[in-house]
Write a protein that binds this ligand. Sequence first.
Ligand code: GAP
Length: 440
Amino acid sequence: MDKTIEKIVSLCKRRGFIFQSSDIYGGFSAVYDYGPLGIELKNNISQLWWKEMTQAHENIVGLDSGILMHPKIWEASGHVGAFNDPLVDCKQCKSRYRADEFSEDHASIDWQDTQCPKCGTTGNLTEPRQFNLMFKTHAGPVEETGTEAFLRPETAQGIYVNYQLVQGAMRMKIPFGIAQIGKAFRNEIIARNFIFRTREFEQMEMQYFVKPGTDDDIMKDWKEKRLEFYFEKLGISTDKLRFHEHDDSELAHYAKEAWDIEYDFPFGWSEVEGIHNRTDYDLSRHEEFSGKNLTYFDQPNNDRFLPYIIETSAGLNRMLLTVLADAYWEDEDNNRTVMKFHPRLAPIKAVICPLLKKDGLPEKAREVMEILKPHFKVIYDQQGSIGKRYYRQDEAGTPFGITVDHQSLEDDSITLRNRDTMEQDRISIDQLLNYINDSI
Ligand code: GAP
């Protein structure tokens, strides 16, 4: 099977998962809209993450901070000064590149002697210029100095500047964590590979506040826990995930140690989530810029210190792309394409089909619908042959197909089709809810 990103993009549009933004105006680069199935899938993933990070850990609580914040925060965090990508232009064909696309070690490249990958000419590439990735805007009705604000490029800073308020309100004792899901914005120079790198995206970040000296062990712990989440909760293939450690040239300005969880996408191994030891860099910078004391008092040990932070930072959209890429399967034997989502993630859990549009079968099918509808997303479909109805739902990743036939009227049973094996079992309607619930 040749699994390409183009095939996934096409299925996503056809089945209502993901559309290019502003489609009727010719599109808006590097922004995507999530259709009916896309939003269900995205919600299922983010709810799993939220449950895993907050409900399953007594010492992690949630937060929802603003996208717009005091502009000084971005000076303190280093984003105003250091959140740059090196940008290279071709004077001939006007193509634009990130310098690190040519080589990680782009400082040693002779640009005058380098060929433009698009037009093939040599001598037309400019020296790299630093390009800040933050989106600027103005707060208030008048655009003047002092009103400039930024759309946040990461959700993390909203957690750092609220950490003492959260700690005090919830009487948290170190080690403790704060989790947040929210939009982030980066004016990416090159946005490609569908929803992998976009200008507007969502992050799911958890910042874990720890005592300095305990950070290395806690980092190891979180690495294991986060990888397990992909296998155990999302059901991603074990051979498609790996760790990549950042060397000195890759480390972000705030990190002492950083590991990426990478997935083997159709376009190669790429980062889905980062686990970073940010030390006390962020809190010490916010102390410096705000003039506030951000230390933590450890009462039992009569000890005061600035906590270290272990961060787990995942892109919700990239995690969704991981789930899509992993689920995509061309079943050549049966001439169909199937999204093999774990039933827990599937946007629609079951399709309910009356075999015919007459003889009381639609009414019986509606009864089944009413039983299941309060518990999870199910749909009703009586359009076209039963085979066509099932194949449509195979592409949508719906794990169960329920058919109501004449026997259903006699003994209250239905046939339940398994999406992956296409096997059908006869089961009674009153067992149906438990059956599907068990699979989720
Ligand atoms: N707070 C740390 C931080 O933001 P990052 O490695 O820059 O670290 C974390 O980003 C995660 O956010 C990445 O692993 C990725 O999943 C997601 N991400 C970053 N930039 C993105 C973009 N332009 N489009 C989609 N997801 C992005």
